[in-house]
Design a binder for this molecule. Sequence first.
Ligand SMILES: O=C(O)[C@H](O)[C@@H](O)[C@H](O)[C@H](O)COP(=O)(O)O
Length: 242
Amino acid sequence: MREVAELVVAPSEAGIASVLGPRFLEDLSRLVLRAPAGRRVDVGLSGGFVTQRLLPGLVGPSAVDWSRVRVWMVDERYVAAGDPLRNDDEAWTGFLRHCPGVELVRMPSADQYGADGLEEAAAAFARTWERLMGARSFDTALIGMGPDGHICSLFPHHRALDSPGPVVRVPDSPKPPPQRITISMAVMRSCRSLWLAAPGAAKAGAIAAALGGAPVEDYPVGAVLSPTARVYLDGPAARLVR
Ligand SMILES: O=C(O)[C@H](O)[C@@H](O)[C@H](O)[C@H](O)COP(=O)(O)O
């Protein structure tokens, strides 16, 4: 078994959002209060359920001083800026634009480096990461998980899983679109705290296997299931967890 800080089974997908959402914001406001003066708190966000259905429900007043928060996407689809497939636009439009003073660090886009420019784009983003983060990881991350157990764009049995650097290019993602840039597992393993939201029956097998200790190569999410992780499932997703 992998030990996590918290395993919550909400009655429904909406229940995950309404329980996890306020707890995440409360924790974030505490992190901001404790952060050294002059430093923003670094938050990693994924696409999918988190940006599409969880964050939009949190729009409104909160205790978080967003002017002291810097947000990164943990992975990005390598398409043009403004393409409806971009994770960053979804996060911005659905939530972040309502957070006064927040900073969003966007990953490069295909209109900047060209459709064949993924390698160069990832290298440029690695320099941005080096400048702003150095050897640090996220203070906190709020991410989803795919039905195959992938997190970020770190897919089962993909060579990107073992990348030692903080930023990895993925030219052949099994989930479309194929070209992506992702934060590495090395960084995700060292997040100071991590919130995982995984609703739906399609995720039951992967989360049960990963919690049960299955190899990270088979279910990448297992790499972040540690005592710093909080896991939120709904009934269908939790049905195989023992
Ligand atoms: O760019 C992406 O495709 C997403 O960032 C991806 O990594 C997502 O977070 C997971 O696939 C979970 O997605 P769901 O929460 O929608 O299942």
